[in-house]
Design a protein around this ligand. Structure first.
Ligand code: PBE
Length: 292
């Protein structure tokens, strides 16, 4: 008897938590997700943009909040919810394997808080062009597509070491990679330091660029840190370059702060995107306005 009592108690508790229920198109989405957007590292540009979106769309007054964690924690929560068709709202971006592995949609952003499209820019420290012209030249030629970046990310997500995934991609895209290094003089063990944030997209790009610079004779280190120190490291000459500047919107505040102290080398990827995303089974949620 006592045993049965415990079981029914547990069942009643589970029934009280909206989190365990499948997405219900007839119930308010806010209620179903405890008015919480599942975010990533607090320093990410997208987190600041999302705070702004909560204000602009009047969601703050409606109890909505943004939960900071990490890319890994966000994608693991998304995975669990997705498998059970439960509701979730995440800070998404593309290129990212989450859009390959799951059926997700960006929420429409009629007030254009996230901007329509982003480019990823390569930024060097001032003086790099003069000090390490070979590396600078290669960096100025480094360009790839969202699809190519995704293909490296997917391998890493499937468990391959980032360095190995980068090497495989380089091998499979020899012609393109050759065009980045063609005619550039090789150096001998010249140190080269890049800084990045360990977002999945940037793990992919930094490992590819590191391998290519190594092939030119550089002794490359890639160091992961938060977003503010990444920008500061290049602005203060502590790092040589970074390939992780999402602009014009996501990294705008850092760009504005540091633009006089950095060298904008060029665009390495066009057509990236940032915004709130939900699984497509959340049929009644299509715009940020629908979260109210
Ligand atoms: N991201 C990925 C970054 C830029 C790259 C969208 C998570 C951000 O600053 O939000």
């Amino acid at each position: 008897m006592a045993f049965v009592g415990v079981i029914s108690f547990v069942v009643v508790l589970a029934g009280c938590t909206s989190q365990v229920a499948k997405y219900n198109p007839k119930e308010s989405v806010g209620k179903q997700v405890d008015y919480t957007i599942t975010g990533i590292d607090a320093g990410a540009g997208e987190m600041a943009t999302t705070q702004k979106a909560l204000k602009v769309y009047g969601l703050e007054q409606h109890k909505w909040q943004l939960q900071a964690s990490s890319t890994a924690a966000m994608t693991s929560t998304l995975d669990k919810k997705y498998k059970k068709k439960q509701p979730i709202v995440v800070t998404g971006w593309q290129p990212h394997w989450m859009f390959t592995k799951y059926k997700l949609k960006f929420l429409k952003d009629p007030k254009n808080v996230y901007g329509s499209s982003e480019n990823i820019m390569t930024i060097a420290r001032k003086g790099l062009k003069k000090d390490k012209p070979e590396a600078y030249q290669m960096l100025s030629r480094f360009k790839w597509t969202p699809k190519q970046m995704s293909s490296v990310m997917i391998k890493v997500n499937n468990g391959m070491a980032p360095e190995k995934a980068a090497k495989q991609w380089i091998k499979a895209n020899k012609k393109q990679v050759d065009s980045w290094t063609k005619g550039i003089k090789h150096v001998k063990n010249v140190p080269f330091k890049m800084t990045y944030v360990a977002w999945d997209s940037e793990i992919a790009s930094n490992n590819v660029v590191a391998q290519v610079l190594k092939s030119l004779g550089y002794k490359v280190t890639i160091q992961a840190m938060e977003m503010q120190p990444m920008w500061a490291s290049v602005a203060t000459n502590a790092a040589d370059a970074m390939v992780s500047a999402w602009l014009p919107n996501t990294a705008k505040t850092y760009y504005e702060d540091y633009k006089s102290k950095i060298d904008v080398v060029g665009t390495n990827l066009k057509g990236a995107k940032v915004g709130l995303a939900v699984p497509t089974y959340m049929t009644t949620v299509n715009s940020i306005e629908d979260l109210k």
